[in-house]
Design a protein around this ligand. Structure first.
Ligand code: HEM
Length: 398
């Protein structure tokens, strides 16, 4: 069986595809000044030890400057926060993401999926990303948050400026600021202004949405500062759709690559959730996350000093043969399938139940409505160029 990465020429880092070299699961990249972690047990250990491996990467990375030279702030951005503040913020937003809140979205997710596919049918073509995989999660998260889903062209513009670029990760040559970095910062500012307006409106007129919960929420008896509400809303808006778009696209790509698995899942729909889990392992959307060392640490046979930046390659860990036998085999029958695509430990993805639900519903509806999901050999698939993300950005189907 050919590996999907080779077959579609997906731009991933070499170690991501081939898994870690068993003798070097942790490697220092002197040119970039960054430690790469490619092994499963090593990634597992890092994510389980936030005291040694901090999420506050601005301890070691210089903060980018906004276009008019003011410093960029990620205050309230939960992915960057360590204990004990992390736990308080996480508790606050978890109350909005209960099992029931997510389960209640099921009929709405199904209705939006059908509406989007009806519109594509009327246009006579299906480009999976533009017609379904992008708009579905963005409409769902926008409605949850309480911003108009109709503004999604704007969200796409912002998300593209931030993610659709071949961003170089280096601590040794951060000085040069490229045109696209400036565009990304402008997008950030526009997005902040947009969400600040909506948050201010909710302070005046509360509604039953997540933004209202954020503006009314109290930490240690005090309301969250306005800047933190905005950053939290940005995270939810971005994390809530960019990754799920990749999940949907990647899963359909797997069905195209492995038609026998498509036949199997058509005949046995109870296998859809396991197929989605294997897609997350096999083509991990968030291929890398970062951490910094707060003290020296022994890991994978290396001694990492304090205050170092680590890229934890979840995509490579999910293909570590020490954890997943025959990692290049797309096998939805893996049980258990302890992939790290949603992270692990205190920062485990808050939106995982929502992403899984959207994946299950959309995939079942696609299987109901199309006899065969197949890519178009005359119209190639395109991928996101960002090295830390793995996902289709264009997937025309026949
Ligand atoms: C955290 C992946 C969907 C919201 C994370 C992390 C990963 C991840 C790897 C851990 C980051 C770290 O430890 O540094 C994914 C993938 C998704 C997905 C692969 C889809 C397939 C979503 C959705 C939402 C969401 C739909 C929101 C509605 C979050 C939030 C965090 C997070 C708020 C931060 C949690 C914390 O720091 O405590 N996600 N995510 N994600 N995700 Fe997701």
């Amino acid at each position: 069986m050919t590996d999907i990465v080779e077959r579609y020429d997906i731009p991933v880092q070499h170690f991501w595809l081939h898994g870690p070299r068993s003798d070097r699961p942790v490697e220092y990249d002197a040119a970039a000044g960054i430690w790469g972690v490619h092994g499963y047990p090593e990634a597992h250990e890092i994510l389980g030890d936030p005291e040694t491996f901090s999420s506050d990467t601005f301890r070691v990375i210089p903060k980018p400057l906004m276009p008019d030279a003011e410093e960029f702030s990620l205050a309230g951005f939960i992915t960057q926060i360590d204990p004990p503040e992390h736990g308080k913020l996480r508790k606050l937003v978890s109350s909005a993401f209960t099992r029931k809140v997510v389960a209640d979205l099921e009929p709405r997710i199904a209705a939006v999926t059908h509406e989007l596919l009806d519109a594509a049918r009327d246009r006579g073509r299906l480009e999976l990303v533009a017609d379904l995989a992008y708009p579905l999660p963005v409409i769902v998260i926008a409605e949850l948050l309480g911003v108009p889903g109709g503004d999604r062209a704007l969200f796409k513009q912002w998300a593209d400026a931030l993610f659709q670029r071949d961003a170089k990760i280096s601590l040794t040559e951060p000085a040069e600021q490229r045109e696209e970095d400036i565009d990304a910062m402008k997008s950030w500012r526009d997005m902040s202004a947009y969400l600040a307006d909506h948050a201010a409106e909710r302070r005046r007129n509360p509604r039953a949405d997540l933004l209202t919960r954020l503006v009314e929420a109290e930490l240690d008896g005090e309301r969250l500062p306005a800047g933190q509400v905005v950053n939290f809303a940005i995270l939810l808006l971005l994390a809530g759709h960019v990754t799920t778009t990749m999940l949907l696209g990647n899963t359909v790509l797997c069905l195209d690559a492995f038609p026998e698995q498509q036949d199997r899942v058509r005949a046995h729909r109870a296998a859809v959730p396991a197929l989605i889990e294997e897609s997350l392992r096999y083509l991990t959307p968030f291929a890398a996350i970062s951490r910094t060392t707060t003290r020296a640490a022994e890991l994978g046979g290396e001694t990492i000093p304090a205050d170092q930046l680590l890229m934890v390659w979840l995509g490579a860990a999910n293909r570590d043969p020490r954890q997943f036998p025959e990692p290049a085999l797309f096998d939805p029958g893996r049980d258990p399938n302890p992939h790290l695509a949603f992270g692990r430990g205190i920062h485990f993805c808050l939106g995982a139940p929502l992403a899984r639900l959207e994946g299950r519903i959309a995939l079942n509806i696609l299987l109901d409505r199309f006899d065969r999901l197949r890519t178009d050999p005359d119209d190639p698939v395109a991928f996101i160029p960002t090295p830390t993300m793995t996902g289709v950005r264009r997937l025309p189907l026949r």
